[in-house]
Design a protein around this ligand. Structure first.
Ligand SMILES: *Cc1c(COP(=O)(O)O)cnc(C)c1O
Length: 396
């Protein structure tokens, strides 16, 4: 059996998205900036996509929607814009959290090198940032608060509306990385007091390489890429028309079917939690109370997450571990550590992220396969041996 359970990393392109984009790769390949009527029809398709995205996000105007090349670009542009705007007023302090995506954390690192000050808030054990902690961190010179909507590793949802209200009251631009939220749970920039928001098409069944930055009308956006007047001069470069049109179609489809998809995914996710938490000395990471429908994150004591992934791959299961093995570092995931999970335990993490295309049959296969794989690895693990002998203390 082949089971794709890594939907937080990327998703398949939906039929609706593919159908929407195909004409712009074939017959309607014209540059939307050209003046002839065939090209103007392409420009109209982009305008329509902008309206669709604005409506899905509850934005007042499509003029607040900027298409980018990815979620990372939107994150970068949002933070750097707020920082430059702040610097003009002598405000050089930004607030974010320890468990953001690297697109946020590394941008903040770069800003620090340019003389900005950054406060990264702790995350509580339940995987949720507290509004009081944001309030306590705000200073006279704070020029931006950025808190992710839903975390990509543990799936916890943050009190965005409340943090937004606080920032509004203080007059500080509020950005949220909503890449894991958009299309999965309700997002409304007006109701939730959001000033800037990032999303990425490939996390909700559009192709890779297209994202959105929402920026409220009263906030000046700084351009990253200079050139033509595309995206009202805030993002030069001939539009990725097919990607943009597909993103809008995928977002609309996800939003139209949000409730039924969530219901289906929650049933599968709960089955996974139920089955996998029977593994002794395992731990569920992040509170299930505030959670996106599809993400399951657990730790299994005495094993390495990477070994588990390789073993699961042999059995046809695509999953992820929270750890930063790809960056060549042996450190466990910064997200799990920010939740206060001890290093030894965080090493043995597994993230399964499911989508509406998964089936309950696949969940049963996972529940059958993972415990065997964990046991196999524990049988060879010196750490597990010590835990069994009692020369090492159990952490869960
Ligand atoms: C995937 C992801 C991103 C990056 O999006 P790309 O389009 O791949 O650049 C940013 N933030 C979060 C939370 C993500 O999950």
């Amino acid at each position: 059996m082949f089971v794709y359970a890594d939907n937080a990393a990327t998703t398949c392109v939906s039929k609706a998205a593919l159908d929407a984009m195909l004409p712009f790769l074939t017959v309607s390949y014209f540059n939307p900036s050209s003046l002839y009527s065939s090209a103007q029809k392409v420009a109209e398709a982009v305008a329509e996509a902008r309206e669709t995205v604005a409506a899905c996000l509850g934005a007042k105007s499509p003029r607040e929607i900027y298409f980018t090349s990815c979620g990372s670009e939107a994150d970068n542009q949002a933070l750097v814009s707020c920082a430059r705007l702040g610097a003009r007023k002598g405000k050089k302090h930004l607030i974010s959290t320890k468990f953001e995506h690297h697109a946020i954390l590394h941008t903040l690192k770069a800003l620090e090198k340019e003389g900005f000050e950054v406060t990264l808030l702790d995350v509580h054990e339940d995987g949720v940032v507290r509004v009081e902690d944001v309030a306590a961190a705000i200073r006279e010179d704070t020029c931006c608060v950025s808190v992710m909507f839903a975390n990509n590793e543990v799936g916890t949802v943050q009190p965005i509306k409340e943090i937004g209200a606080l920032c509004r009251e203080k007059g500080i631009p509020f950005h949220t990385d909503a890449v894991q939220a958009a299309g999965h749970i309700p997002v409304d920039v007006e109701e939730m007091n959001i000033d800037l928001l990032s999303l990425s098409g490939h996390k909700f069944h559009a192709p890779k390489g297209v994202g959105v930055l929402y920026c409220r009308k009263n906030i000046p956006l700084f351009s990253f890429i200079e050139g033509g007047a595309q995206e009202r001069g805030k993002r030069a470069g001939t539009e990725n028309v097919a990607g943009i049109v597909a993103l809008a179609a995928a977002l609309k489809e996800s939003c139209d079917h949000m409730e039924e998809n969530a219901e289906k995914m929650i049933a599968m996710r709960d089955r996974l939690f139920d089955g996998l938490s029977k593994i002794p000395h395992s731990k569920i990471n992040g509170s299930l109370e505030h959670h996106v429908p599809g993400t399951v994150n657990m730790c299994f004591e005495g094993i390495e997450g990477e070994s588990l992934l390789l073993l699961l791959d042999k059995h046809g299961i695509c999953a992820s571990s929270g750890s930063a093995c790809t960056s060549g570092s042996l450190d466990p995931s910064h997200v799990l550590l920010s939740l206060g999970i001890p290093h030894e335990l965080a090493h043995g993490s597994l993230r399964l992220s499911i989508g509406e295309y998964n089936t309950m049959e696949e969940m049963e296969y996972i529940i059958e396969t993972v415990p065997k794989a964990v046991q196999y690895l524990r049988d060879m693990s010196p750490v597990w041996d010590e835990l069994q002998k009692g020369t090492r203390q159990h952490l869960c």
